[in-house]
Design a protein around this ligand. Sequence first.
Ligand code: CS2
Length: 524
Amino acid sequence: MHTGKNMSAAQTTTPRLHPDTLKQLSPQVVQPGYARTQLKSGIVHLGIGAFMRSHLAVINETAIQASHKPEAMDWGIVGVSLRQPDTRDALIPQRGLYTLAIRDADAAGDPRQSLQVIGCVHNILVAPENPQQVLEQVAHTDTRIVSLTITEKGYCHVPATGLLRLDHPDILHDLQHHDSPRTAIGFIVHGLHLRMQASKSPLTLMSLDNLPSNGHLLKKLTLAFANKVDPQLERWINENCKFPCSMVDRIVPRTTPADQQSISAVLGVTDAWPVIGEPFIDWAIEDDFACGRPDWNIDGARFVASAAAWETLKLRMVNGTHSCIAYLGSVAGWHTVDVAIAQPALHACIDALMQREIEPTLPALPGLNIADYRASLLKRFANPALAHRTQQIAMDGSQKIPQRWLGTVTDQLSAKRDISLLALCLASWLRYLQGYDESGQTYEINDPLALTLKDQFNPKPALYADKQTCEQRALALCSFEPVFGPMGKMPDRRLVAAIGHHLYILNTLGVVQTIRQLLNQPAD
Ligand code: CS2
């Protein structure tokens, strides 16, 4: 996106962010205070997007900067783009340096930001251009951790069952092409093959994606693929590699060209691709590493014995409500999360969804005050300085919904508790899939299953407001196995009826009146 090509003429005349221009930055901009040239490449990160640059890299930067141990310098990061060259094209001219802008509002409600230049990403590879180089990096003895943020669909699994899709075209390709894989799983397994044949040194594979038991899932998929390559490799991985689970949390909106320009203006040098984040950051990670790790707990990370309860809390509360805001917001025409959550009806709906239908399903977490967690989350969503697009969160619903909503639905149903607001979430996804908002504005459905979803759930537009058709669509959704998994074999009648009803109301009265009806609030 923000490559040399599309930077404005004015910007190309200002110097670029670079080790040589760091001295020009104002003293308020925090910058690396260590000898970057001495960094080794202890971490290979697959999927070097904005989230990783605002989360792992920042906590890693603090660990390098604040640790007094000389081995802290072992933990430089080599980022890998699995698809596009754009991050490499933007950051390599800057020798990997980029800016993190932490944004929120001050007491008067005015937006403010603090800037930090991050230095620990010291190389970036583009996998399709040179897959061999990525495989060699995974096999290299300096590499001790391979981390991943490849989004849900990058795992090439069935979200509802957690099984590797052996019919996925890229997985089929990677099983045939050991030297030029395309998927993260392909790079990991073929890279580990080289590693086993060369040094035999163990490795930690660390998923940072919003998936339940992300480490266990990654292990299962890696072993399933390795089994097809070489059962001896499968055994070696099983015995020598570690796959810690983790819960990651920080809201990171996509950087826009306006963000890029305004941050560069404050810096006084051009940063081709800065990243934005909220002040909040959290990371609960299992302390289970095959060959060492940085001191990430200096600031930002908590090493835990098991991350499972933290994952459930975060996926259900943060991501579950986020997706609900995304679908209702996109349909109602509320384009950013702060604008959406400022609507009294939606605010009340999200608050009630958490209190009534999510919190009763959460595991006990000693020391956690759930009312404070809920209040702080609503405040995070209200951050006016992030402009986090509801359409950004709405994408890839088929990959996100199982872990964000369906575990909660199952728990509520089996305890015979209320599911009305969870049914509204599912109805809002069906309404969203119709592809136009309440003012008639159309939008693209961005989802790996987009065509199937349209085909299975969208009748002729003339039938959108037909009651019976809404019930049929609800039944089709709850029977849809790629999302509902085994639950889809026997759809729950109470759930189907509630989704059908809400979808009908959404299509006849709209988002606000649907919420009001559900919360028993008087209409205007
Ligand atoms: C969001 C997440 O885009 C999405 O689907 O729900 O990226 C969310 O912002 C992060 O998980 C917050 O930690």
